[in-house]
Design a protein around this ligand. Structure first.
Ligand SMILES: Cc1cc2nc3c(=O)[nH]c(=O)nc-3n(C[C@H](O)[C@H](O)[C@H](O)COP(=O)(O)OP(=O)(O)OC[C@H]3O[C@@H](n4cnc5c(N)ncnc54)[C@H](O)[C@@H]3O)c2cc1C
Length: 571
């Protein structure tokens, strides 16, 4: 092990980020989007969409296509080159495009990390323009949590198909073809590199079902991952939905503009928004609706600052209550653990190609009960030849302490990482106002493992998954588990106390925040905010419980469905 390998890599990231900061001044991808709109106090639009992220760009784009004069208010600026080159994703964290949300240390789940937080996009395109680009859609069981027939899996499939443009012969020539779209806005690929095939074969020999595609028909099995990437470039909603409308006079975008309050008339109808740009407060009006799409952390904050939220909390801050509903209350995130393995496979030295995803990824769904069609846990498995990337991912993106990443690191041999994620956590957290300053971060309390059963489940899932690693094929590839924590050795290896200790230290929280404006308690099934009119929320915050995949795909589909309802209601 090279001493301090992780800290050297992190230093390199910081240097390169300095170069990206300078390049941002050139606004190199600015030509893809409309110029900033000149917005004055009192300007009126049909619709105001607050938040130009994953959902917001879909909503604004579709409204403009339907000939509505629409203002999109985005706190961030245009993206940069690093957003579009898949190999440069690591450099986005902690940059100008990161909200830098932090959460209080709980002393329990933060034993082995350098800080507590997650990076969410503050940029046109939002978190879909900064995320890890893995594509998923969840499973039918996840959509039962909506408790609304119109949002069940079968109905959502229409919007997944509508949004997707999948290019992959293996899937398109298989029985899974019918679950995917090929003419939508979001380009998708599945990489079929040779190393992936070898690992898939190992899963198959370990008794796992290997299929062409596990992204959501309730399949228990393994396949190569899908990515929201096309032709070597990240696909996301700003370029997909706004760029084609660049010259449309109905599309108005104001960047570097932070919405601070929604305005209501005496009938509790949302009629406008106040936002701050370059230190100046500007009030704009909507004749039809205000649509909030600022994501699972900022949407509850904006609603609460505007008087929509739990009465007792708002009154403590002297905010006049317009609608007493449980905004912020049902925060959930997926939670899981990272297992690191060394292998006996020599790394392939390949020239760095920023247009390629930096690792090969295999996605799997498993159930403890062999008869069940509903998966209990997901595994995301990274085959890493680029060992610099391993250190960047471990020490920077995931924020583990450097000593942990140094233990997993191997200079010359391939590393295999398995993330095991709980698909049905029962712990709930909260997003709450810290104060009435709209520029202050809200308090984020994810409350991981406050329901102890979640941690016990994770231990079960690790023990179940570990049987795969012990099979002859994986052993012939030299898979050797790394006890990276350096502190769980006091327990007998493989025992429940061992895995419990390990899972707490090696906890991963993938930023799948949902539930803070949950359907059924904050919005109705048409995404209208309860107790007021003229206001909807259309983003990941309305999803009532964890989804069994990363959230970009589900959020795009949700936005397609949401904006269809908005347009229906306008006529
Ligand atoms: C670290 C991380 C990795 C992830 N990796 C993946 C992945 O690999 N694959 C995947 O499918 N999903 C991934 N996700 C999740 C997924 O990308 C997001 O959940 C999804 O994009 C959320 O969409 P959204 O529209 O709800 O919010 P966002 O896309 O975050 O959009 C919110 C927008 O509102 C803006 N905004 C916020 N407040 C204001 C305000 N007051 N005024 C004006 N604008 C405002 C923000 O700047 C942002 O642009 C990841 C998430 C995280 C945190």
């Amino acid at each position: 092990m090279a001493s301090g390998a992780t800290s050297i890599q992190i230093e390199q990231i910081l240097n390169i980020q300095g170069a990206f900061r300078a390049l941002a001044l050139l606004n190199m991808v600015g030509y893809l989007f409309p110029e900033d709109a000149k917005v004055s106090d009192g300007d009126t639009y049909d619709y105001i969409v607050v938040g130009g992220g994953t959902a917001g760009c879909v909503v604004a784009g579709r409204l403009v296509e339907a000939n509505f004069k629409t203002l999109l208010i985005e706190a961030g600026n245009n993206p940069g080159e690093e957003n579009y080159a898949p190999g440069l994703q690591t450099y986005i964290k902690n940059s100008r495009m990161d909200w830098n949300f932090t959460r209080p240390r709980d002393g329990f789940t933060d034993q082995c990390h350098k800080g507590s937080g997650s990076f969410f996009g503050k940029v046109l395109g939002g978190t879909g323009n900064t995320d890890f680009m893995l594509y998923g859609r969840g499973n039918p069981q996840d959509y039962r949590k909506f408790n609304e027939d119109s949002w069940n899996w079968k109905n959502m499939l229409k919007y997944f198909r509508k949004s997707e443009n999948l290019v992959d012969d293996e899937i398109l020539n298989s029985r899974y073809r019918r679950y995917h779209g090929t003419e939508g806005r979001i380009g998708l690929i599945k990489e079929n590199r040779s190393e992936t095939q070898e690992y898939l074969q190992a899963y198959e020999e370990a008794g796992k079902k290997v299929v062409a595609d596990v992204t959501g028909a309730g399949i228990i099995g393994y396949s190569g991952a899908l990515y929201h990437i096309a032709k070597g470039s990240r696909t996301e909603t700003a370029t997909a939905y706004l760029s084609p409308l660049k010259d449309n006079p109905n599309l108005h975008i104001t960047r570097n503009s932070t919405a601070v309050k929604i305005i209501f008339d005496e009938n509790k109808r949302a009629v406008g928004v106040v936002f701050v740009k370059e230190g100046k407060a500007i009030t704009v009006r909507a004749t039809k609706e205000v649509i909030v799409t600022t994501g699972a952390v900022k949407t509850p904050q904006l609603l609460m600052l505007s008087g929509i939220g739990p009465k007792e909390r708002l009154e403590k801050l002297n905010i006049s209550v317009i609608s007493n509903i449980p905004v912020g209350k049902k925060l959930q995130d997926a939670v899981g653990v990272l297992l690191g393995f060394k292998t006996n496979k020599t790394t392939k030295i390949m020239p760095f190609n920023d247009r390629e995803y930096p690792a090969q990824v295999i996605m799997g769904y498993s159930s403890l009960n062999n008869c069940s069609c509903d998966p209990d846990y997901q595994t995301i498995n990274y085959i890493i030849d680029n060992t610099a990337y391993l250190l960047q991912l471990c020490g920077f993106s995931l924020g583990f302490q450097n000593s942990i990443c140094d233990r997993i690191y191997s200079k010359d041999t391939q590393i295999f990482l398995s993330f095991i994620l709980h698909l049905n956590v029962r712990s709930y957290g909260e997003v709450a106002l810290r104060n009435t300053d709209p520029f202050a971060m809200p308090n984020i309390f994810p409350n991981y493992y406050t329901y102890d059963g979640d941690l016990n489940d994770i231990v079960d899932y690790i023990m179940d998954y570990y049987k795969v690693i012990e099979t002859p094929k994986f052993q012939s590839m030299g898979l050797e588990f790394v006890e990276a924590t350096g502190k769980c050795g006091q327990f007998q290896f493989g025992s429940r106390p061992f895995w419990r200790c390990y899972a707490l230290c090696m906890i991963v929280t993938p930023g799948r925040y949902v539930g803070t404006c949950s359907m059924g308690s904050v919005v109705d099934s048409r995404l209208k905010v309860m107790g007021v009119s003229g206001l909807r929320v259309v983003d990941a915050s309305v999803i009532p419980g964890t989804i069994g995949s990363a959230l970009f795909g589900p959020t795009v589909a949700l936005a397609e469905k949401g904006v269809e309802m908005i347009i229906e209601d306008a006529s």
